[in-house]
Design a protein around this ligand. Structure first.
Ligand SMILES: C[S@@+](CC[C@H](N)C(=O)[O-])C[C@H]1O[C@@H](n2cnc3c(N)ncnc32)[C@H](O)[C@@H]1O
Length: 204
């Protein structure tokens, strides 16, 4: 992301914070808490998270960690977010086996983890027209087992100046270049779909 992209995202969340100071999911950009949780539920169902390390790109307040703790005993969790205020709040929560970094995941080195997830964080416009495919490549490199991420559905989501949707068939076709073991989950929402990209057992 370049400086302007990051600035747009910064002001977007700052503005939401002003409008809904007591509503964390709203500040993060979700319609409501259920929008956030419905995505978490889908992610959690796609893989066995037990004893696995999890890298959460665009982690916000780290809400995925307490969510996944209800269902699995994960090894450890790492959250990256470029919004300093979110990372500060996440650290204050003192979540177990968790580390948080204030970082731009599109630029910084991604540490290897078993599972890499991105929920709601790949929908922002970028000046880089290859932003999404570059991120898919980088997430795939960073994952030992699986990458799970969601995107807004271009068929139903009206593009605005900050957010953009994607066509699931295009994204899936790109992912198939990396691994044949990938699929889309889209039954949970008409505006969104989740991509599950498992590491190929044989090098491509
Ligand atoms: C819609 S929020 C979702 C937060 C969290 N995943 C959740 O579901 O609670 C998207 C987050 O992605 C972060 N983000 C977007 N692009 C990023 C980037 N390149 N590097 C780090 N964080 C990014 C934003 O700052 C924001 O906190």
């Amino acid at each position: 992301m370049n400086f302007l992209d990051r600035l747009n995202i910064y002001f977007y969340h700052k503005d939401r914070n002003k409008k809904w100071p007591d509503n964390p999911p709203k500040i993060l950009g979700w319609r409501d808490e259920e929008s956030q949780l419905s995505r978490f539920r889908i992610i959690a169902k796609q893989h066995d998270f037990n004893h696995k390390s999890v890298l959460d790109l665009g982690c916000g307040y780290g809400d995925f960690k307490p969510f996944i703790d209800q269902y699995y005993d994960i090894a450890y969790y790492t959250g990256f977010d470029q919004q300093k205020a979110f990372i500060q709040e996440a650290k204050i929560r003192q979540l177990t086996a968790s580390k948080f970094f204030n970082a731009d995941f599109a630029r910084d080195t991604l540490p290897k983890h078993d599972i890499v997830i991105a929920s709601g964080s790949l929908n922002y416009h970028s000046c880089d027209s290859n932003y999404l495919v570059n991120m898919i490549d980088r997430m795939y490199q960073a994952a030992n087992e699986v990458v799970i991420f969601n995107l807004l559905n271009a068929k139903t989501f009206p593009e605005d100046t900050l957010l953009k949707g994607y066509h699931s068939e295009h994204v899936l076709s790109y992912c198939r270049n990396l691994s044949s073991d990938c699929y889309i989950e889209d039954k949970y929402s008409k505006d969104d779909f989740t991509v599950v990209l498992k590491k190929s057992k044989t090098p491509t």
